[in-house]
Write a protein that binds this ligand. Structure first.
Ligand SMILES: Cc1ncc(COP(=O)(O)O)c(C=O)c1O
Length: 404
């Protein structure tokens, strides 16, 4: 028998992944993927950027670069983050191969097998997997419509003999819940974590994808509030604002944490792709990214509104959701007795696919939620697919003799 390490012995393909493999028929309507729509990518802009690179820039793009990132991107990304109010000068920026790598490196830096960490429930599955792979003991704190349940957080902090190694959160347009933490929740969180020697990993993959200018106050990141007495490790990504194929993200962290993370990254991949770093740099340097965001925000908002409207008018009683104010997702709560995997099986038969709630439950039990992505599907397909999702929910509710 092959003797794998203890950290991978228990890694399994999830039930959901196996089910998803049934869902790759060509005409399937996909509400499952958390990725941008292929038809919205800035293809012409990439062409122009590449054509306009000088030979010197092309040579840099083809070569290995420094572990922490090519100087051009570090400079332009610093400016971009400063404009968002982030304390770039007092921290260090490390370019990573997607922000999942940033999360993974931070997990590597902090977790010894058996260490407790706190996450939200529900939680981004990529982060759960990363934390599991370092054999963390994961404690989950429920989310409310306003953000993390601070009463539960306080209770868990009081109960624990040893403080968690870190808290991992996605305050802006959560995946999967879509939640935007209120400013009050962010400030309350800061109060609770202050001077406790518990770093906060703030995952900010979605904050540029807001639908309403008036949400700007709530969108301010915890890192940019710059709280004293908390080491905030801020992670971000080009995946949702340009394209995941670039495989570029970053972390902005205090110097001491940065030094360890840079060493960890060196041993993983030496550096992130110089080629895509050069492209991302040009997007930032020429402000093309701002124009592009101004183009995609209304498009995603429109899709979210269509989906919201259809759900509001057709979902059976007992199913609830909060209309999203940004990001990529709608998170629907089904009646407690309903098993989202059974709904998903029906939906796949009808030609539509989404992700069932258990996937995002760090405890792997609660399954009366579904996540619908509106980012990756055209209006026409949303109009066609949502009635099929609703029919599947209704059929399961009828089977359980629930009024619907
Ligand atoms: C909340 C969150 N964080 C991080 C990531 C990772 O993105 P990437 O590694 O492509 O930057 C994702 C991707 O879906 C996400 O939803």
């Amino acid at each position: 028998m092959i003797r794998f390490s203890s950290s991978v012995t228990n890694l399994r393909s999830s039930e959901i992944r196996d089910l998803m493999s049934l869902a790759n028929k060509p005409d399937m309507i996909l509400f499952s993927g958390g990725m941008p729509d292929n038809d919205l990518f800035p293809l012409r802009e990439v062409d122009t950027i590449y054509q306009e690179l000088t030979d010197t820039e092309k040579k840099i793009a083809m070569q290995y670069g420094p572990t922490h990132g090519i100087p051009q991107l570090l400079a332009s990304l610093s400016e971009y983050l400063k404009e968002k109010g982030l304390p770039v000068e007092e921290n260090r920026l490390l370019i990573t191969t997607g922000s999942l790598q940033a999360i993974n490196i931070l997990a590597h830096a902090f977790i010894d097998p058996g260490d407790t960490i706190f996450v939200e429930n529900p939680c981004f599955i990529g982060a759960i997997s990363a934390f599991r792979s370092y054999q963390a003991s994961i404690v989950s704190i429920p989310l409310t419509a306003d953000g993390l349940n601070l009463i539960e957080l306080r209770k868990k902090l009081d109960e624990m003999e040893k403080a968690p190694k870190f808290v991992y959160l996605t305050p802006n347009f959560h995946n999967p819940a879509g939640t935007l933490y209120t400013r009050e929740t962010k400030l309350g969180l800061i109060e609770l974590l202050k001077n406790k020697n518990i770093p906060l990993i703030e995952d900010d993959a979605y904050s540029d994808l807001y639908f309403h200018e008036e949400d700007k106050l709530h969108l301010q990141t915890i890192k940019s509030i710059n709280p004293e007495g908390i080491d905030v490790c801020y992670t971000g990504s080009f995946s949702k604002i340009l394209g995941p194929g670039l495989r570029l993200g970053w972390m902005l962290v205090p110097e001491e944490i940065y030094k360890k993370c840079e060493l960890i990254k060196q041993s993983i991949d030496a550096c992130s792709p110089s080629f895509t770093q050069m492209v991302a740099h040009k997007f930032l340097q020429n402000n093309v990214v701002t124009d592009y965001l101004n183009y995609i925000r209304p498009e995603y908002k429109h899709r979210a509104e269509i989906m919201t409207q259809l759900l509001k008018t057709t979902l059976p009683k007992g199913c609830n959701f909060t209309p999203p104010r940004g990001g990529f997702y709608i998170w629907i709560e089904l009646p407690e007795q309903i098993d989202a995997t059974a709904v998903l099986k029906r939906a796949i038969e009808k030609g539509v696919v989404f992700v069932s709630g258990k996937t995002f439950d760090p405890d792997g039990t609660r399954n009366n939620y579904i996540r619908l992505s509106f980012c990756n599907t055209s209006e026409e397909k949303i109009r066609k697919g949502i009635p099929l999702v609703v029919d599947s929910i209704r059929a399961e509710m009828e089977l359980s003799h629930l009024p619907c």
